[in-house]
Design a protein around this ligand. Structure first.
Ligand code: PLP
Length: 509
C-alpha cells in the first residue's frame, strides 16, 4: 500500500470496526466454527457457514505467489477471520477474566504500530522510555502504592511487561539472583519457592522454566481458599529441616478460580525470620480495584506496601487497556538490573554508560519491547481516575447483583463469597444417591454441575468458565466487559436458570 491507499484502507478499517461494535451484541459470544475451519476456508473464496466452503486447493497451503488486492484481503478478514473470533468484548462474556478494550487503546495501538521501534534503550526512542516511567508512576499513585515503588523515587520503579506470567518470571529471576548472590554456596536444586494450589499456573511455569522447585501449599475452604501465615510458616520450617532454601513466595490478590486474597499480613509476619524471602504479589486481575479507596482494604493495599518486594497487575485484564499490558513494580530496581543487565558493546550508549537514563531492557527478559505506555497514557487521560474508578465499581456492582440472585435462589449456592467482580456458584440439588440424612454426594453433585455447565457452554449467546476448587466442580461468573449492563445480567440469569432446570430434569430421569 502506498500512503494514499493506506489512508483509504485505514478509513475503511475504522468504519468496519465501528460497525463491528454496533453489531457486537447481536453476534454469538462464542465462535461457531469447527476445528480446522480456516485452513479449509483460505484463501477466502467463500463466506461462512463454513461447511459449504469451496476449497481452492491450489492456494490453500502457501502464501500467494503474486501480491493480492488489499480490498480482497480486508474482505476476507470480515468473511473468514471474524467468524472464528470469540467476542471477549461482548456484553454477555462472563468467562475467564475480562480482556479490556477501549477505543483509546485501539488508537494508541495504531499509533504505536505506525512508528514501530523496539525501545530497549532510552536512546532507541526517548519518548517510549520516558512515557513508561511517567505512566507507571501515575498508575502507582492511582493504586496507592507507596513512594518507593515509583520511578521518580530513583530506588524502585515500574516497568511494563507482556503478561503477568512474564512479570512473575522476572520477579522469580530477580529473587533467585538476589538470594544466590547472598548465599553463593547454595546449590540450585536446594532452592524452593512457594505458591498455593490456587495460584495461577504462572508459578509452576516459572519453576519449570528456571529449573527451581515450586511448592504449592494447600489452602482451605474455611479460609476462602486464601493462604494463611501458619501454613506458610510450617512449610518454611519443614523445608529448612530438609536442607532446602526458601527464597520466595508468590501471593495472590484475586486468584483465578475464586478471587481469593492471600493473607499478606500473615505472610509478611511468617517470613519475618527469613529476611531473604522475596514476596511477589500477583494481582493480575484484581489489582486494578486499588484505584478505588473503598476496595483497598480487601485488596490489602497496606500489606502490599508493607511487605511486597514486587507487585503486578494487568491493565489488559480489567484495566481498560488493550492486550497486552502487564504492569510490574519493584521496591528496588537494582534487583532487576543486577539479575538481568547484560550489556554487550553494541547495546552501550552514551547516556546508559553515564547512568543518566533508564534502559528498560535490563528490567525484563526480552531485548525489544513495545511502546505500551502510550495505551495507558491515552486511557488514563481520556477516562481520568474517576472514569477508571467508575468502570471498576460498575463491574463490582453488577457482580453483586448477580450474586444476590444466586443467594436468593433455592437451586444454587455460592461456593465462595463473591470476590470483587467474580462469583463462583453451582447447583445444589438432591441427586439420586443423596443420603437419607439429606447429605449430598460430592461426586454426584459434581456430575450434575458438569452437565449444567455442558448445557451452558454449548450456547452461543453467553460464555462462562468452569473450575474445580478443592474437588468441587463449580462455575465462574466474571463481570467486566465494558458494555455489560444490568440487562445482560438479567438475561444471563435467565439462561443460567433454564440450563440448571434442564440439567436437573435430565438428572432426575
Ligand atoms: N494471575 C492471575 C490471578 C490470573 O487470573 C491470570 C490469568 O487469568 C494470570 C495471572 C495470567 O495472566 P497473563 O495471561 O497476563 O500471564
Amino acid at each position: 500500500l502506498d500512503i494514499e491507499e493506506f489512508r483509504k484502507a485505514g478509513y475503511q478499517a475504522i468504519d468496519r470496526i465501528c460497525d463491528y461494535y454496533y453489531s457486537l451484541e447481536k453476534l454469538p459470544v462464542v465462535s461457531q466454527v469447527q476445528p480446522g475451519y480456516l485452513r479449509k476456508a483460505l484463501p477466502g473464496k467463500c463466506s461462512i457457514p463454513v461447511s459449504h466452503i469451496e476449497v481452492d486447493q491450489k492456494n490453500a497451503d502457501s502464501a500467494p505467489e503474486q501480491g493480492e488486492d488489499f480490498q480482497d484481503i480486508q474482505d476476507d478478514y470480515q468473511k473468514l477471520i471474524l467468524p472464528g473470533v470469540t467476542h471477549w468484548q461482548h456484553p454477555s462474556f462472563f468467562a475467564f477474566f475480562p480482556t479490556a478494550c477501549t477505543f483509546e487503546g485501539v488508537i494508541a495501538d495504531l499509533y504505536i504500530s505506525s512508528a514501530p521501534n523496539p525501545g530497549f534503550n532510552w536512546a532507541c526512542s526517548p519518548a517510549a522510555t520516558e512515557l513508561e516511567a511517567v505512566v507507571m508512576d501515575w498508575a502507582a499513585k492511582m493504586f496507592g502504592l507507596q513512594n518507593n515503588f515509583l520511578n521518580s523515587s530513583g530506588v524502585g520503579g515500574g516497568v511494563i511487561q507482556t503478561t503477568a506470567s512474564d512479570s512473575a518470571l522476572v520477579a522469580v529471576v530477580a529473587a533467585r539472583s538476589l538470594y544466590t548472590r547472598k548465599h553463593p554456596e547454595i546449590k540450585q536444586e536446594d532452592l524452593v519457592f512457594y505458591t498455593t494450589t490456587q495460584t495461577h499456573s504462572l508459578g509452576v511455569k516459572a519453576g519449570l522454566v528456571l529449573g527451581v522447585q515450586c511448592r504449592a501449599l494447600e489452602v482451605e475452604a474455611e479460609d476462602q481458599f486464601a493462604l494463611r501465615g501458619s501454613v506458610l510458616r510450617q512449610a518454611l520450617e519443614e523445608d529448612k529441616e530438609r536442607g532446602k532454601h526458601p527464597f520466595m513466595i508468590i501471593a495472590t490478590v484475586g486468584t483465578t478460580s475464586s478471587g481469593a486474597v492471600d493473607r499478606l499480613g500473615e505472610i509478611g509476619e511468617a517470613v519475618r525470620d527469613y529476611p531473604d524471602v522475596w514476596i511477589h504479589v500477583d494481582a493480575a486481575w484484581a489489582g486494578v480495584t486499588l484505584a478505588c479507596p473503598e476496595f483497598r482494604e480487601k485488596a490489602q493495599l497496606e500489606n502490599i506496601n508493607k511487605y511486597a518486594d514486587s507487585f503486578c497487575t494487568n491493565f489488559h485484564k480489567w484495566g481498560l487497556v488493550n492486550f497486552d499490558c502487564s504492569t510490574l513494580w519493584v521496591k528496588d530496581r537494582r534487583y532487576l538490573t543486577d539479575a538481568l543487565d547484560i550489556t554487550p558493546e553494541f547495546l552501550r550508549s552514551k547516556h546508559g554508560d553515564a547512568g543518566t537514563v533508564v534502559d528498560y531492557r535490563n528490567w525484563h527478559l526480552a531485548l525489544g519491547r513495545r511502546f505500551r505506555s502510550l495505551k495507558i497514557w491515552f486511557v488514563l487521560r481520556s477516562y481520568g481516575i474517576h472514569g477508571f474508578q467508575n468502570y471498576i465499581r460498575q463491574g463490582i456492582e453488577l457482580n453483586e447483583y448477580f450474586a444476590s440472585l444466586v443467594r436468593a435462589s433455592p437451586t444454587f449456592e455460592l461456593v465462595t463469597e463473591p470476590s470483587f467482580a467474580l462469583s463462583v456458584f453451582r447447583i445444589l440439588h438432591e441427586t439420586p444417591d443423596s443420603q437419607a440424612d439429606g447429605s449430598l454426594s460430592r461426586d454426584s453433585l459434581n456430575e450434575l454441575n458438569r452437565s449444567f455447565y455442558a448445557g451452558l457452554s454449548s450456547r452461543p449467546d453467553i460464555l462462562l468458565t468452569q473450575t474445580m476448587i478443592n474437588g468441587t466442580f463449580c462455575v465462574r461468573f466474571a463481570v467486566g466487559a465494558a458494555r455489560t449492563t444490568k440487562k445482560h445480567i438479567d438475561e444471563a440469569w435467565t439462561i443460567v436458570q433454564d440450563e440448571a432446570a434442564a440439567a436437573v430434569k435430565k438428572w432426575s430421569k
